[in-house]
Design a protein around this ligand. Structure first.
Ligand code: SF4
Length: 349
């Protein structure tokens, strides 16, 4: 595709997004459970693949429950939905279920899971909105790059989730050697799986991986992928991730059809110059931003947002998990305060 065609697609994609989603953009963030993945063959781009041999006790690489729940509470406060609950492979269905129940309980909101191929019959589906499959790439090298997580199993899991009435999505990282002609493969996959959402990321090349010195995706390439998905699937939710070194990509991605911006390390950037710039990037497209990356009063709980993307629901979880949350209350509050203190040290007024 030449640049005129891409820009024409972007123009159409922006209009189509407004037609189906209105004029708003939101932030989301994955809720990570830890820093260890027990895949025998970790994905070749992944930071966790460089850490695996250094971690002697995988249990210690897991986040504490109070830290996970504190983050979930703060995310709701600032109007950022949790993109999904995510961890490397290696959590038992019971562990995943307990965490999902507790996160849903403190947020009063159903959750998405992105935790590998999970046995859904062991999960309380009353607290689950959807399941995300980490497809990562549609390049011809996928089986080699992600040899530990075969595509067929991910697809089966997503189809089962659909049958159970859940929403489904996939993640795609651009910059893993995909070509423009692979866009059709992605479009076919979205159609085959009848996906409700897709998350794109731009590869953040990790030291110690084979991608360390490779260039990531360009802005125009990223726009081409996103706008093609929007034009072919006008109602799909498109989440786009950029790292803090690629802030100028944000407005082109929104113009291309993105509904949600993700991937920022929220507490180390909140309220800083970068956070103000990120908000400005979004607003410069003429979209309204729901949620905040800069309002300290909201983060501290001294002010409530007028609009948020959260729709509260009745969440039914086991008595045991309610008791666990209640027992952890003081530790959760302590963690909330420590996250806020971390932000206050860097904030720009
Ligand atoms: S499954 Fe996820 S956490 Fe594990 S190596 Fe692959 S990308 Fe990393």
């Amino acid at each position: 595709m030449n640049i005129d065609e891409i820009l024409e697609n972007v123009r159409k994609a922006f209009k189509l997004t407004t037609k189906h989603f209105g004029n708003t953009v939101t932030f989301e963030r994955a809720l990570f459970l830890g820093w260890y993945c027990d895949l025998k063959h970790p994905c070749k781009f992944c930071y966790m693949s460089t850490q695996k041999d250094k971690i002697k006790d995988p249990k210690k690489a897991r986040r504490k429950l109070e830290s996970i729940l504190a983050e979930a509470i703060l995310m709701k406060r600032i109007g950022w939905k949790l993109e999904f609950i995510s961890g490397g492979y290696g959590y038992s269905p019971k562990e995943i279920n307990d965490i999902a129940e507790m996160v849903a309980y403190v947020q009063k909101c159903k959750q998405y899971l992105n935790v590998g191929v999970v046995d859904l019959s062991s999960i309380n589906l009353d607290v689950i909105e959807g399941v995300v499959g980490a497809v990562e790439t549609v390049s011809k090298d996928r089986d080699w790059i992600c040899s530990g997580k075969p595509l067929d199993k991910i697809k089966d899991n997503l189809l089962k989730a659909k049958e159970l009435g859940l929403k489904t999505g996939i993640t795609i990282i651009l910059g893993l050697g995909e070509k423009e002609e692979d866009i059709d493969k992605l479009l076919n996959l979205i159609e085959e799986l009848d996906l409700d959402r897709i998350t794109f990321y731009s590869l953040n090349p990790q030291k110690g991986t084979i991608f360390e010195n490779k260039p990531s995706v360009t802005t125009i390439e990223y726009m081409n992928w996103v706008s093609n998905v929007r034009l072919n699937f006008p109602k799909i939710k498109i989440i786009t991730g950029v790292w803090v070194d690629k802030i100028p990509m944000i407005s082109p991605l929104i113009l291309s059809g993105s509904n949600v911006i993700t991937k920022f390390p929220v507490f180390s950037v909140f309220g800083t110059k970068k956070a103000h710039w990120i908000e400005k990037e979004i607003l410069s497209t003429g979209r309204e931003l729901i949620g905040t990356f800069t309002d300290i009063e909201v983060l501290k709980g001294e002010k409530v947002l007028e609009k948020t993307p959260y729709i509260e629901e009745e969440i039914n979880i086991s008595k045991e998990n309610i008791r666990k949350v209640e027992e952890l209350k003081d530790k959760i509050d302590e963690k909330i305060n420590s996250y806020i203190s971390k932000v206050l040290k860097k904030v720009v007024q």
